[in-house]
Design a protein around this ligand. Structure first.
Ligand code: DGL
Length: 273
């Protein structure tokens, strides 16, 4: 089985890890959260690129044979450099699902909720430029949401109030589709539905990202994919590493992950910043 690193600024990448545990249960995972430095979304391009590269190098030094950059912001600002620096392993990124959104929208109005850094990035704007001009994208930065989620407030009044503000332009424009362009935001889906209603189509790309990881593992390390069975006797290990508080990360993982952890060998440790 392969050792796979999954990295995010904090707990957001758990939404991607959940898919990985579901689709590739036999593999071993390290989940690395840079919680001491979250949020990334309001930091400079250079800072995000340098920091992401440093953490990916650390994951390779731990023996990771593939890395999922489970953060839209780090993907937008750093993935090209990470791939150049670490060409020996597959590096899978996460991008806002504006392409599937453009295909699925019925009325041609799509909301995109993402960090300011993602929305400003060249990578995001280059992707946007490839899409048909008849689709209208209402872009909104989710300022302040990540710190609330990091502090465990996924359904607090403060989070609801802030989310209501951010979603107002998207709601008023009549969007029928909303792209969750930050891996933290899928945890807010119940609140989003409370505000905009059940009719809106929420797009997150966790499933597609892990399918891409599975393809890359088969292509690049085919001898490490022996079993795809999700039988309970064949589950890989899961190590949580954080620059923040490891007990807190473990507690939040148990709260946010839908995959059961009790049948796996799970450990948590702290990484000095
Ligand atoms: N979860 C991240 C993303 O997908 C980063 C959010 C942040 O740290 O600002 O963009």
């Amino acid at each position: 089985m392969a050792l796979i690193g999954v990295f995010d600024s904090g707990v957001g990448g758990l939404s991607i890890l959940d898919e990985a545990l579901r689709q590739l249960p036999q593999h071993n995972f390290i989940y690395l959260a840079d919680s001491a430095n979250a949020p990334y979304g309001e930091k400079s391009t250079d800072w995000i690129a340098l920091r992401s590269l440093k953490l990916c190098r650390y994951l390779v030094a731990q023996g990771c044979e593939a890395i999922v950059v489970a953060c839209n912001t780090a993907t937008a600002e750093a993935i090209a450099q990470i791939r150049l620096t670490l060409p020996q392993i597959p590096i899978i990124g996460v991008e806002p699902g504006i392409k599937p959104a453009a295909m699925q929208t019925q009325n041609g109005i799509v909301g995109v909720l993402a960090t300011q850094a993602t929305l400003n990035s060249d990578k995001f704007n280059a992707l946007l430029a490839t899409l048909p001009g008849d689709c209208q994208f209402i872009k909104q930065a989710g300022a302040g949401l990540v710190p609330l989620i990091e502090s465990g407030q996924i359904d607090s009044v403060a989070t609801l109030t802030l989310l209501e503000q951010h979603l107002t332009p998207i709601r008023l424009a009549g969007a029928d589709t909303l792209v969750l362009g930050c891996t933290h935001y899928p945890f807010l889906s119940p609140l989003i539905r409370k505000i905009i209603g059940n009719e809106i189509n929420l797009i997150d790309t966790g499933d597609a990202v892990i399918k891409q990881l599975a393809r890359q593992l088969l292509l690049q390390i085919p001898n490490r994919n022996e079993s795809n069975q999700s039988d309970d006797t064949n589950l890989g290990t899961l190590t949580f590493i954080t620059t923040g508080d490891s007990n807190k990360l473990l507690k939040m993982s148990k709260q946010l992950l839908q995959s059961p952890l009790q049948l796996r060998q799970v450990s948590a440790q702290q990484l000095p910043q």
